[in-house]
Ligand binder design. Structure first.
Ligand SMILES: [Zn+2]
Length: 293
């Protein structure tokens, strides 16, 4: 276990605890620490990389990916819509179509499939050999590698690095960001989506109606919890210029049902709530485009 006291952005020792976040995640032993200056939160303590490896091997990917349900099919359609929109934004910013792009944590390869179809030159890496073998079996024209991000080495650098719900899983974000920089061309683009945890309307409602999350995987999988403020500060302090940040809720708001809610009630309630999230800017995701200076 890692007992981190120092904020990885500003280096200040902090002892502030966030009890709202602790309640949402239904934590007993662990706490959530927060650096009030940077608005960065982290689990205290969180697992080491070896411990996480063991944690993920215990059914995490099964819980996430297994089975072909109606929800999952709709969710894949929605992912494709948002990925293609993101890729068009990347092409607009880079002003060229053949840009090289590394997708870290490519999973079943949907993002790199879309990137390739829209004219980019993608490489996908994922720590799971299982998902990489699935990508290879499904598409023979995609370039994918099974390895951890830190073990990935290449001769040529990339124009773009993309991470979809990956950055919050790194136990050492400082090391992860310097690895990102080492793989990017000068003027290269970093594009990420991260969860807007504890600031989104769903977490606020969970607190109000007293329904904390029930899944151990959901509560313990993220060592760090980034917000719009903390990610902007972290990237700008480390040589990036922030081009665009968007806090948003996906339009599949009626699709994704957390496992611990009644499906029907959840879908009826989620529609107006999602509208409220949109109006208040309290969506569940943060999308960020940043350029390496
Ligand atoms: Zn700080």
């Amino acid at each position: 276990m890692i007992y981190l006291r120092k904020c990885v952005i500003c280096g200040n020792e902090t002892s502030s605890e966030d009890n709202f976040a602790k309640y949402i995640l239904n934590l007993e032993k662990e706490k959530i620490l927060v650096c009030k200056a940077c608005d960065l939160r982290w689990l205290y303590p969180f697992m080491s990389d070896d411990e996480y490896k063991n944690f993920y091997s215990q059914g995490y990917f099964d819980e996430l990916y297994s089975g072909e349900t109606f929800d999952k099919r709709l969710s894949a359609i929605s992912d494709e819509f948002y990925f293609k929109r993101r890729i068009r934004n990347i092409i607009k910013i880079k002003q060229r179509r053949k840009a090289s792009i590394l997708d870290v944590g490519c999973g079943y390869g949907l993002f790199i499939r879309c990137a390739k179809d829209l004219g980019l030159n993608p490489v996908g890496i994922d720590i799971s050999e299982y998902v990489i073998s699935k990508v290879r079996a499904k598409y023979d024209d995609l370039n994918v590698v099974a390895c951890s991000f830190f073990d990935f080495h290449t001769e040529t650098k990339f124009d773009v690095i993309h991470m979809n719900h990956v950055f919050e899983h790194f136990t050492d974000p400082v090391r992860a960001l310097s690895k990102i920089k080492s793989l990017l061309n000068q003027g290269g683009l970093l594009v990420m989506e991260i969860p807007n945890q504890f600031k989104n309307i769903y977490d606020i409602l969970r607190y109000i109606i007293k329904v904390p999350v029930q899944s151990k995987f959901f509560s313990l999988q993220h060592p760090f919890f980034w917000s719009e403020k903390s990610i902007k500060k972290f990237l700008s302090d480390n040589g990036f210029e922030i081009l665009k940040v968007k806090v948003y809720d996906r339009k599949d708001f009626w699709i994704r049902k957390p496992g611990d809610f009644d499906g029907f009630i959840f879908r009826v309630v989620k529609l107006p709530v999602a509208l409220l999230a949109y109006i208040l800017g309290r969506g569940a995701n943060i999308e960020i485009f940043a350029e390496l200076k």
